[in-house]
Ligand binder design. Structure first.
Ligand SMILES: Cc1cc2nc3c(=O)[nH]c(=O)nc-3n(C[C@H](O)[C@H](O)[C@H](O)COP(=O)(O)OP(=O)(O)OC[C@H]3O[C@@H](n4cnc5c(N)ncnc54)[C@H](O)[C@@H]3O)c2cc1C
Length: 390
């Protein structure tokens, strides 16, 4: 067994883990990130791949989240032009769409106001004469098409880029390496993990549980037991279809249950998602369900009747949501940071959250643990570090 010490140990190489690694290294501290499989092998490689403000969060009045997302999107569009692209989004409203044209217009106006009417938040309607140019979108019964702008990314590539930046700032990555246990000792935790068949030991002042859907199994390996939030794992599936979309993203309403579905360009193909199915198994084995595939395929066929809807690929990811009886759609998408109930913060667990807000979350975690780390000279500002693709 080898032993060494770090200021912070982070468990999980998804977007939150790498975001914390970058924030801590930029603040001048020593950090080790432990990832069991590969960077972005969990939820962070199976998202809808949007760096988005989330218009639907306006419906559930998550205004803080909308404001943070607007700010983070603007930063990422500047720092990572190879990885985060501004894309037109279309919301077609039909005779029978539940969200009426005026309601969408009010939502877009609020979005623009929250974004201080910046050019990125401008919106308009697509003239009727241009509807036939919208990638084969069904025009029968169509009343209005709203167009606004949001952003797309490659989630796995973004995660790897943030980790590369963290390593450049001095972070250490153990991958593949499995976190085995952490025991509270004077001033921090003694962490044990397995890498290349060998057990290794590290002391750290602060331990960050960024294990996404594995947050509970990881918390159970920490002694004494840290506080935990009651959660539901909610699976979201995407399908990949042949053929390119040329005009951007479409935000349609599934005719079967009125949920919002994205139909998006994805390299030379089309990505469609997502679903909400409760999941209780091992997060490693989440798979698209036959019903989910049919639901998404039928939705695409409804709105794009001429397109080839033979599924060429599909994947499922798990959201971590606070437990509740309401539909997953209505539950908060805010990142929840759980720490010890009192005293200096040696343990932080990251629940839920968005790809979009990873940098802000990294900064919040850094701020929480700073008190137990002592003084250090910051070496960089994460809002100014460019990120580039692989
Ligand atoms: C279907 C879906 C669509 C989404 N779409 C969007 C979107 O378009 N835009 C957006 O902003 N957000 C989106 N989100 C939210 C976003 O993807 C997640 O909040 C985010 O990816 C969670 O990242 P994470 O780092 O917390 O978890 P994860 O990415 O799951 O990372 C956790 C990591 O911990 C590792 N791990 C677990 N146990 C151990 C162990 N014992 N030892 C070592 N490592 C371990 C795992 O291997 C994994 O890599 C979506 C989420 C889902 C599920």
């Amino acid at each position: 067994m080898t032993s060494d010490s770090r200021d912070v140990v982070v468990i999980g190489g998804g977007i939150h883990g790498v975001g914390v690694a970058q924030a801590v290294a930029a603040a001048g501290y020593r950090i080790l990130l432990i990832e069991q499989t590969a960077l972005a092998s969990g939820a962070s490689g199976r998202s809808s791949k949007l760096i988005h403000v989330g218009l639907r969060y306006l419906e559930t009045a998550q205004l803080r989240l909308v404001r943070e997302s607007l700010r983070e999107r603007a930063i990422l569009l500047t720092l990572a032009p190879d990885l985060v692209r501004r894309v037109p989004f279309h919301i077609p409203v039909y005779r029978d769409t539940v969200r009426r044209p005026w309601k969408v217009g009010v939502g877009l106006s609020l979005y623009a106001l929250l974004g201080s009417l910046a050019p990125d938040t401008r919106f308009s309607t697509v003239p009727r004469g241009a509807w036939t140019g919208l990638d084969g979108l069904r025009t029968n019964g169509l009343r209005t098409v709203w167009r606004y702008y949001d952003a797309q990314t490659d989630d796995a590539a973004l995660t790897r880029a943030v980790m590369r930046s963290a390593v450049h700032l001095g972070a250490e990555l153990a991958c593949p390496a499995e976190f085995l246990s952490a025991t509270r000792v004077n001033g921090g935790y003694l962490v044990i993990y397995r890498e290349a068949g060998a057990e290794k030991e590290r002391f750290c002042h602060a331990l960050v549980n960024a294990a996404g859907p594995w947050i509970d199994p990881v918390a159970k390996r920490v002694a004494p037991a840290p506080p935990r939030l009651a959660i539901d794992l909610v699976q979201g599936t995407h399908i990949v279809l042949p053929g390119r979309l040329t005009q951007g993203v479409y935000y349609v309403e599934a005719p079967w249950d009125r949920r919002a579905i994205f139909v998006m360009p994805w390299y030379d193909r089309t990505l469609v998602g997502t679903t909400e199915s409760h999941y209780t198994g091992d997060p490693a084995f989440v798979q698209p369900l036959p019903d989910e595939l049919t639901y998404l395929e039928k939705t695409v066929r409804h709105y794009f009747p001429e397109r080839d809807s033979d599924i060429v690929d599909g994947f499922a990811g798990l959201r971590v949501l606070p437990q509740g009886n309401t539909r997953p759609f209505r539950r908060t998408r805010e990142t929840i940071l759980l720490t010890e109930p009192s005293g200096p913060v040696h343990y932080v667990a990251i629940y839920g959250g968005k790809l979009t807000g990873y940098r802000a979350t990294g900064a919040r975690v850094m701020h929480l643990v700073q008190g137990v780390l002592g003084a250090a000279a910051p070496v960089a500002d994460t809002a100014r570090i460019p990120l580039s693709a692989d």
